[in-house]
Ligand binder design. Structure first.
Ligand code: ATP
Length: 433
């Protein structure tokens, strides 16, 4: 599978479109279509369930995108969130110096300038006056709102250390070379957890979160042989980080990061304490101990995970002399869980099929299709990864049963319509565990 095939499938079937396409597009920005948006919601729901809902010591929050600009001074983004850039003197294109293998322009062979730093934060102005005092930034990560609200959230949730605060949402980076489809874009979504611990217990918690996150990727159905954990080399580590690992996936364009997990020491809270002048010291209500907590951070990209799931699930095979394209998503990830087809456009079959769909709709995502041969309808669902197709035929009017066809094995089974809701729910659950 090459990326072009995947991009074209995504557009054709309503996963992902180029943003502002009728105006020639907007580089580094993408729109999710009707199928893509369902899948994105699944990823976010599954992350939230595993990280927040399943942990009694993790709570959520939803911070604003535009924050006091001092936050980005404290975090180090104003001073350090930069890529070294070179410009081609001939074709005027700009490249990231650390992405080039050569001394000359990869596009036209022209001479390049010396590297210069380029800040990745999008700047804007807040209020009516556009001057230095009104400069603000679109957040380049969600984490900082968590640090800034750390004590407030701890107080209202009455959590004791160790505990975590999770957040997901849009982040913005003026990437110099957005590329590889949604892998590197300028507007994307992150899912981040900041887990606060006492110094000395940090390594243990770091290990816990690395294995928990890997297990999550496995549960999402991603092939373990295409996943790896890569510890950062000493020279890659930020000065304040005690350790950092990347969870990487083997894409068609090579091994690339999906998520970073870092032991950030007490750097972030210390910085915010210093810049805000407000104490960010945790006081344990039982032991009365006071300290600035250390932080284990897990930071994942929704869009990169979605791309991973697509690339990992894509398969082409030959069935009775014809090519079949199928996305072998694990059912919980699949945008549509069940498609319902009346065998033909006879009103009695349509009515019954619609009744079945309505009963399923309350519990899961469904799709009703009565156009074309059953074989064609199966193929359309295979291409968007629908795990179960239910056909209502003339016999259904007699025996009150339908034929469930399984996407991967193409096996068919006759199931009573009275049990259909429970049966599909059970299949989704079993496939997942
Ligand atoms: P990279 O080295 O690939 O630029 P990074 O190390 O800067 O990534 P982090 O700052 O650790 O990335 O961000 C955490 C996660 O956010 C990444 O693992 C990735 O999944 C996601 N992410 C970061 N930048 C982008 C982007 N431009 N487009 C899509 N997702 C991104």
């Amino acid at each position: 599978m090459d990326m072009e095939t995947l991009v074209s499938l995504c557009k054709r079937r309503g996963f992902i479109f180029q943003s502002s396409e009728i105006y020639g597009g907007m580089s580094g920005c993408w729109d999710y279509g009707p199928i893509g948006v369902e899948m994105k919601r699944n990823i976010k729901d599954l992350w939230w369930k595993d990280v927040v809902q399943m942990h009694d010591n993790v709570v959520g929050m939803d911070g604003s995108i535009i924050m006091n600009p001092r936050i980005w001074e404290a975090s180090g983004h104003v001073a350090n969130f930069k890529d070294p850039m070179v410009d081609c003197k001939k074709c005027k294109r700009r490249f990231r110096a650390d992405h080039l293998d050569d001394d000359c322009c990869p596009e036209c062979g022209g001479e390049l300038t010396d590297p210069r730093d380029f800040n990745l934060m999008f700047k804007t102005y807040v209020g009516a006056v556009e001057d230095d005092a009104s400069v603000a930034y679109l957040r380049p990560e969600t984490a900082q709102a968590i640090f800034a609200q750390f004590l407030t959230v701890q107080n209202v949730s009455r959590q004791r250390i160790p505990f975590g605060i999770a957040q997901m949402g849009k982040s913005f980076r003026n990437e110099v070379t957005p590329r590889n489809f949604i892998f590197r874009s300028r507007e994307f979504e992150q899912m981040e957890l900041e887990f606060f611990v006492e110094e000395g217990t940090d390594e243990e918690w770091n290990e816990y979160w690395v294995s928990r996150r890997i297990a999550w990727y496995h549960a999402m159905g991603i092939k373990p042989k295409r996943l790896r954990v890569r510890p950062h080399e000493k020279d890659e580590l930020a000065h304040y980080a005690k350790s950092c690992v990347d969870i990487e996936y083997e894409f068609p364009f090579g091994w690339q990061e999906l998520e970073g997990i870092a032991n950030r020491s007490d750097f972030d809270l210390r910085q915010h304490q210093e810049f805000s002048g407000k104490k960010l010291v945790y006081r344990d209500e039982l032991s009365q101990k006071e300290f600035i907590p250390w932080v284990i951070e897990t930071s994942a990209g929704v869009d990169r995970i979605l791309l991973t799931l697509l690339a990992d699930a894509y398969a082409e095979e030959e069935v009775q002399g014809e090519k079949r394209v199928v996305l072998r998503f694990t059912p919980q990830v699949a945008p549509i869980k069940a498609a319902i087809f009346p065998l033909s456009k006879k009103p009695a079959l349509q009515d019954l099929a619609q009744k079945v769909e309505k009963s399923l709709r309350e519990h899961t995502t469904t799709f009703y299709d009565e156009i074309g041969s059953i074989g064609k309808r199966y193929r359309r669902q295979d291409e968007i990864g629908t795990p179960f197709c239910i056909t209502i035929d003339f016999e259904s009017l007699e025996d009150n049963a339908g034929t469930v066809r399984f996407r991967d094995s193409m096996r068919q089974e006759r199931i009573s319509l009275d049990n259909m809701v429970g049966y599909i729910a059970e299949q989704v659950k079993n496939a997942t565990t």
